[in-house]
Design a protein around this ligand. Structure first.
Ligand SMILES: [Mn+2]
Length: 324
């Protein structure tokens, strides 16, 4: 298990070492990208060498972050992670680092304690919020580049400040970042939440038209197969955000999105509105996450995976599976 350390101890650790690899999870979302790159820029600002590493390509919509970044050449010495709950989420390309992560910065209550040292704040909306607190505790400067990154992670993990995980603290941090740098938040939020390619928008209509509700309308399932991705010419990394679609149906408490990653292997994303702890359901399948947003991998074809999940959820909702 990891040794839990304070924000200040984490800042001191970062200031007293050199040459960092910052690992983030596969299928990177705004918080993984924002926390990884935001911390990387902050470390470079105090003269450290640092690179961000991810098994998967960073989606194009985050170009406003990655265009600020060039990988550096150096002899690697310290491996850290941000927004990573479990080393299994590093993906194949980075799995070799699993046993060598020295510091993990996270906000997942399901963090498996893989790192030597851990800064975990499960009440934080995002890993970006934790990174911000570490930088503040260590009196480390937040540059414009870092500010853009941290705002991005807070905004994406809170669904643009609308999910339950949004706290007064998120608004305070966002406000401080805006105050200091006059962030173009209109443009950032439009890029993050509104603008989609025509293909993606058409793809969403296909997902919506195939969505099904179960358990007396309280549970909605959307499934995306490899064949769908091919037919609609959508890359797997461009499916971020589709997990919010089932949640838009009136009366739905649990929204489930199945994304086929390899033949007969699905990445399952679960969201809940108010009552169900989806991290517990995902944990039954070896996954984890947060109370209102979690994920896991399940093998089988789309129908089999759907049945496995509904069978796990039905008793929690006090229902029999025959209602499926
Ligand atoms: Mn996160």
């Amino acid at each position: 298990m990891s040794e839990s350390i304070t924000l200040k101890a984490a800042a001191e650790y970062l200031q007293s070492h050199d040459n960092y690899y910052i690992l983030i999870h596969q299928s990177p979302d705004g918080d993984a990208i924002g926390s990884g790159y935001g911390l990387c820029f902050a470390l470079r600002l105090i003269g450290k060498k640092a690179n961000v590493m991810c098994s998967d390509p960073i989606p194009e919509k985050y170009d406003f972050i990655t265009s600020r970044y060039e990988p550096q050449r150096f002899t690697h010495s310290v491996t850290i992670s941000t927004d990573l709950a479990d080393t299994r989420l590093l993906g194949k390309a980075l799995s070799g680092y699993s046993d060598y992560i020295e510091l993990a910065i996270d906000h997942h209550k399901s963090n498996t304690g893989f790192a030597d040292k851990l800064v975990l704040d499960s009440s934080a909306s995002s890993a970006c919020e934790v990174v911000y607190e570490i930088l503040t505790a260590g009196n480390m400067q937040v540059s414009l580049d870092t500010a853009i990154c941290l705002y991005t992670g807070i905004a994406t993990d809170t669904g643009c400040f609308k999910y339950e995980c949004t706290t007064p603290r998120c608004h305070v941090i966002a406000s401080k970042l805006m105050e200091q740098y006059n962030l173009p938040i209109g443009r950032i939020n439009r890029t993050l939440f509104d603008i989609k390619s025509m293909e993606r928008l058409k793809f969403e209509t296909k997902i919506i038209s195939n969505m099904q509700v179960y358990l007396d309308g309280k549970c909605a399932v959307a499934a995306i197969t490899l064949a769908d991705l091919e037919r609609y010419d959508v890359k797997p990394e461009d499916t971020e955000g589709v997990a919010s679609l089932p949640m838009q149906i009136k009366g739905v408490e649990v929204g489930i999105t199945l994304k086929e990653r390899e033949e007969n292997k699905f990445k399952v994303s679960m969201r809940s509105a108010e009552f169900i702890d989806v991290s517990e359901i995902c944990a039954k399948f070896g996954g984890g996450g947060h109370t209102r947003a979690a994920g896991c991998f399940i093998e089988g074809d789309a129908d089999q995976v759907r049945m496995k999940i509904l069978a796990a959820i039905a008793p929690i909702m006090g229902m029999d599976l025959w209602m499926v």
